[in-house]
Design a protein around this ligand. Structure first.
Ligand code: ADP
Ligand code: MG
Ligand code: MG
Length: 207
C-alpha cells in the first residue's frame, strides 16, 4: 500500500457510505436509533475532505487523519470505535509504503482497539463480527503470499459473510442490546458498514 492507495481507500469508503446511507439507516432503525447511515456519511465525508487537503508523508498519516476526523465528527458508538481503529492502524504504518503483511498487522491492531474500547466479543452482534473474520482472512491470504488486492478481496468476502452471520444473533453490546431477543432476525448495522469498509479496500486495490 502506498499513500495514494490509502487515500483512494478512504475516498472509496466515503462513496460507499454515501451510496448506502439509507440502507445503513434502515438497519439501525430496526434495532437502534436509525442514525448509523448519517453518522458514517458525515464522518467519512469529513475524512475525505481532510485527507484530500493534506500532504501526507506516510500511509499511516492518511489513516490517522481519518481516525481523528471520525472521532471529532461522529457522536454515537461508531465514531469513537472506527476513529480509534483507523488511528491504531495509522500508528503502525509510518512509511511511504507498506507491505501486505504490514497492512494486515495494522488491521489487526485496529481490531484490537475496537475490542479494547467496546469490549465486544465474537457473537455479540457488533462490527466485531464482520471485522474479526475480515482481519483473519486478510492475514491468511497475506501469509500464503497473496498480494494486497487478493488479501483485500478475501477480507471483504469474509466481512460480508460475517455480516450475514449477525442476523440470527442476539445483541449483547450497544443500543441493540436494549432490545434483548427482539434484536434477533436483523443484521447489525455496524457489521454492515464494516463490510463496506473492507469492500472499499478491495475496490481501491483493484484499480
Ligand atoms: P449509536 O448506536 O450510538 O447510535 P451507530 O448507530 O453509529 O451508533 O453505530 C451502531 C453500531 O456500533 C452497532 O451496529 C455496532 O456494530 C457498533 N457498536 C455499538 N456498540 C459497540 C461495542 N461496544 N463494540 C463494538 N461495536 C459496537
Ligand atoms: Mg445508531
Ligand atoms: Mg445514535
Amino acid at each position: 500500500m502506498n499513500i495514494e492507495l490509502a487515500r483512494a481507500w478512504v475516498r472509496a469508503i466515503g462513496a460507499a457510505v454515501e451510496r448506502d446511507r439509507e440502507r445503513l439507516g434502515e438497519l439501525d432503525a430496526a434495532i437502534g436509533d436509525g442514525d448509523h447511515g448519517a453518522n458514517m456519511q458525515r464522518g467519512f465525508a469529513a475524512a475525505v475532505a481532510a485527507v484530500d487537503a493534506m500532504s501526507p508523508e506516510s500511509v499511516g498519516a492518511v489513516l490517522t487523519k481519518t481516525g481523528t476526523t471520525l472521532v471529532s465528527k461522529v457522536g454515537g458508538a461508531s465514531g469513537p470505535l472506527y476513529g480509534s481503529a483507523f488511528r491504531a492502524a495509522g500508528k503502525r504504518l509510518a512509511a511511504e509504503r507498506a507491505e501486505t503483511a504490514e497492512v494486515g498487522a495494522a488491521l489487526s491492531a485496529a481490531l484490537d482497539e475496537v475490542r479494547r474500547l467496546g469490549g465486544a466479543q465474537a457473537g455479540d452482534k457488533t462490527m466485531v463480527d464482520a471485522f474479526a473474520p475480515a482481519v483473519d482472512a486478510f492475514a491468511r491470504a497475506a501469509d500464503s503470499g497473496g498480494r494486497l488486492d487478493a488479501a483485500a478481496r478475501a477480507a471483504a468476502d469474509a466481512a460480508a459473510e460475517g455480516l450475514r452471520a449477525t442476523e440470527p444473533m442476539q445483541a449483547r453490546k450497544g443500543r441493540a442490546s436494549y432490545l434483548g431477543e427482539r434484536s434477533i432476525g436483523h443484521p447489525d448495522p455496524g457489521a454492515a458498514s464494516t463490510a463496506l469498509v473492507f469492500r472499499a479496500l478491495a475496490e481501491a486495490t483493484a484499480e
